[in-house]
Design a protein around this ligand. Structure first.
Ligand code: ADP
Ligand code: ZN
Length: 746
């Protein structure tokens, strides 16, 4: 028999090895194989009876080398698989099919696709890293055992006294060696066994069990629709309509059939609150996979899932590959979220992978959102590829909050300078302070002031390595690049004209916090952004403090836009609602703005008290802002789809972005320009001329882009592979990457 093996370190090829009889191989196992005189770990991707190679196609090196001293005669010169690392597979045959689809669709090497399906700590440690030898004394001391030396007798007494421990612990504590402990074991005084020590991310949390709530009529209809679904379901439910409760009851149904669930959530809404909700309902069968866990925790959770000990997996994007057994349900919550798209190769969309995986495994797929992506909306309405289920009311007495638009153009003329707050918003915050209710303020920009400009020459300070304005951070008096993270002290002289005075314009969360302190000194404020949450648990701590009403105002970036459920919040203020509208190059700008306003507004009035939302904007007449304020998703979506159709934009066409980056400015420009011309000859392909990327420089690299559109993705990848063969896309001088269904166009 022969095994096709993907070697972890080699992204673009598969290798064939001979399988020694009786090894007990199966597809998906982790194995060790020889390659170029070194042992590598890899995974069995396929098994065949016949060698897939004709003899002359074998690598000569495989024939000549007998370095690994195999016992049997090599069959036709193909080397043998060295060992099976773990008999229990890492990938099911269906996951391998899924990864083949992914590699194909996103145009990446299969092994790269496979690697992305394993959390880094699992790739790096293998499956035995968490195993410990546990030594336990046998008490009372059994009779008729051989006499112990004085030293071993003492050691045995010590072990009895501390009631055993791990091999490493005991060696350190009693200044002894593993050999001595093993000797005690062979002589029958202690047992020494391999055990798996679990590191559990939920350990130490108080989790109270919860019971299913009686469903509202809308929820019950949705649940029924999900359980009966014959195709993917789009659950379009307004914020606070109780989607999570529906998910949980669907999961309970699937569990009762002995099947597993994967629930994907955006990384930033994977708060302890979300996790606790699931843990309360499903207990130990919940596994959490996310990057805030320690490596050990992630490693253990993944293996627990693989062994079938956890049947409900909650995690971000990469959890779509979780090795659950018998998948019955795959949920993608907030399916419109940009975070489901990976921004490095393979640039997959976890939402789309979820739909494909569920299809391959015959599982129910639920995409849920209050503001579905236009891709999914079209699939559910126009194409009827998804079943559309609606939940239009909030649970209980609460209704969607009323939205007030604040035209900031008006505010500016009144006071002369550009204010951060409209007067009405400040009044509304004051009312909340008096009533002991809470406020959430949203601003999609961190730091103090986003632009620092020379007063004399009006030049804005930008990052030396990126085309990005530097943001002033008052807290540590630095200028920071939000693209590459580089920082510097504010210069004393303008690098262009030498003048020594600077203007700081615009505002970020730090400046808002300072201004708010000045206007409302009595208000207690929690600021939540990338700068205030860099420690591992600070994110949770800040949210818990707000929940415990230790603050009146929660001020934050997109980190606070989703999923938060604070019943005492009755006011939400969106400080610069049109910020994302200004992104002219991004055809999804209106869609994003709508989503943002609707999601952030959805944080208000979730309890018994009614909510109110203030949206500050310079473009009060923009259709996306108008529609979001009326919570008119369907109108907005249908109008926007009509525009997209007219302009030949997704979802009516497939769009991919080819990005070229190099340190040599001329080289990128030339390769991109010539590439665009050659691509334009491919049939069915619509190619825009090569252009500098919106962020033309990033970390010292010059970047150019070519935007490609075609009726199918296949046409795009096919043409790109002819013009830029996959093997040549990554050289020291020039890097080319293809982003299928691009979401971040910067
Ligand atoms: P969504 O996910 O749609 O924004 P949630 O699932 O967070 O909404 O529900 C909003 C609130 O309503 C939560 O506090 C939840 O506990 C509560 N809730 C949901 N369903 C019910 C129900 N059937 N009966 C009572 N309360 C419910
Ligand atoms: Zn930079």
């Amino acid at each position: 028999m022969f095994a096709q093996v993907a070697i972890e370190k080699i992204p673009n090829k598969l290798f064939t090895y001979r399988v020694t009889e009786g090894m007990g191989v199966c597809v998906g196992q982790k194995v060790t194989v020889p390659w170029k005189r070194i042992y590598h770990s890899g995974y069995i991707v396929a098994l065949t009876e016949e060698s897939p190679f004709k003899p002359k196609m074998q690598p000569p090196e495989a024939i000549q080398s007998n370095l690994f001293g195999e016992a049997e005669e090599p069959v036709k010169g193909i080397k043998a698989l060295t060992e099976i690392v773990d008999p229990l597979p890492y990938f099911s045959a269906t996951t391998i099919k899924l990864l083949q689809w992914l590699a194909n669709y996103y145009d990446v090497g299969f092994t790269l696709a496979l690697r992305s399906a394993l959390p880094a700590p699992v790739r790096e440690h293998g499956s035995h890293a968490q195993e410990r030898f546990v030594v336990a004394p046998i008490v009372p001391r059994p009779k008729g055992l051989p006499q112990l030396s004085k030293r071993l007798q003492e050691l045995y007494d010590d072990i009895v006294r501390v009631d055993g421990g791990t091999l490493t612990q005991l060696c350190a504590e009693f200044k002894t060696t593993p050999a001595s402990l093993r000797k005690l074991a062979t002589q029958g005084y202690v047992t020494c066994e391999r055990t798996i020590v679990q590191r559990n991310p939920l350990a130490g949390r108080k989790i109270l069990p919860s019971r299913p709530l009686p469903l509202t009529e809308e929820q019950a209809i949705a649940l029924e629709g999900i359980l009966q679904a014959k195709q993917p379901v789009l659950l379009f439910g307004v914020t606070g309509s109780g989607k999570t409760e529906v998910y949980m009851q669907a999961i309970a149904n699937v569990l009762a059939e002995g099947k597993s669930t994967i629930m994907l959530v955006p990384e930033i809404s994977l708060t302890p609150q979300t996790v606790n909700r699931f843990a309360s309902r499903f207990g130990k069968t919940v596994a959490v996979l996310h990057s805030a866990l320690s490596d050990g925790e992630r490693h253990d959770e993944w293996h627990r899932i693989r062994r079938g000990e956890a049947q409900v997996v909650v995690g971000p994007r990469s959890a779509v590959f979780a090795p659950v057994k018998d998948l019955g349900l795959l949920i993608v919550d907030e399916e419109h979220d940009g975070g489901y798209k990976q921004d490095e190769a393979p640039r997959y969309s976890a939402r789309d992978v979820a739909v494909v995986r569920a299809g391959l495994e015959g599982a129910i797929c639920v995409l849920g959102s209050a503001t579905p992506s236009l891709e999914s909306w079209r699939n559910a309405t126009e194409l009827k590829k998804y079943t559309l289920l609606r939940m239009t009311h909030r649970v209980g007495q609460s209704s969607l909050p009323g939205v007030t638009l604040c035209d900031m153009n008006h505010e500016r003329t009144q006071s002369g300078a550009l204010p951060i707050f409209s007067e009405r918003l400040i009044e509304a915050i004051k009312e909340r302070l008096l009533r002991g209710e809470q406020t959430i303020l949203f601003l999609n920009r961190r730091g103090y002031a986003p632009t620092v400009r020379c007063v004399a020459c009006k030049e804005t300070l930008t990052c030396e390595r990126c085309s990005m304005k530097l943001t002033y951070h008052a807290k540590d008096d630095t200028l920071r690049c939000h693209s590459c993270g580089a920082w510097q002290r504010p210069p004393t002289q303008c690098p262009i004209c030498g003048h020594s005075q600077f203007d700081r314009t615009g505002f970020g969360t730090q400046r808002v916090e300072q201004t708010l302190h000045a206007i409302l000194p009595q208000a207690r404020i929690i600021r939540m952004d990338a700068d205030s949450t860099s420690r591992r648990h600070s994110h949770d701590e800040l949210l818990n403090a707000f929940r415990a009403k230790e603050a009146d105002i929660l001020l934050g970036t997109q980190m606070i836009a989703k999923g938060l459920d604070f019943p005492n919040v009755t006011l939400v203020g969106i400080l610069a609602a049109d910020r994302s509208l200004d992104i002219a190059y991004d055809f999804r700008a209106a869609e994003r703005t709508f989503q943002l306003i609707a999601q952030v507004s959805g944080r208000a009035g979730r309890g018994d008290l009614p909510g109110e939302v203030f949206v500050q904007t310079f473009q009060p007449d923009h259709p996306a802002i108008q529609a979001a304020c009326r919570c008119a998703f369907e109108n907005f979506a249908n109008d926007e789809l009509a525009t997209r159709k007219e302009e030949g934009l997704p979802p009516y066409t497939r769009l991919a972005m080819l990005t070229f980056s190099a340190k040599d400015e001329k080289l990128v420009e030339r390769v991109a320009t010539e590439g665009a011309l050659r691509l334009a000859k491919a049939p069915g392909l619509n190619v825009l001329p090569a252009m500098p990327a919106p962020m033309e420089r990033k970390e010292d690299y010059w970047r150019w882009q070519v935007c490609l559109r075609a009726p199918t993705t296949k046409q795009i990848t096919h043409a790109c592979n002819i013009v830029f063969p996959a093997d040549n896309r990554y050289t020291d001088e020039l890097k080319i990457h293809l982003d299928i269904d691009a979401v971040f166009l910067g």
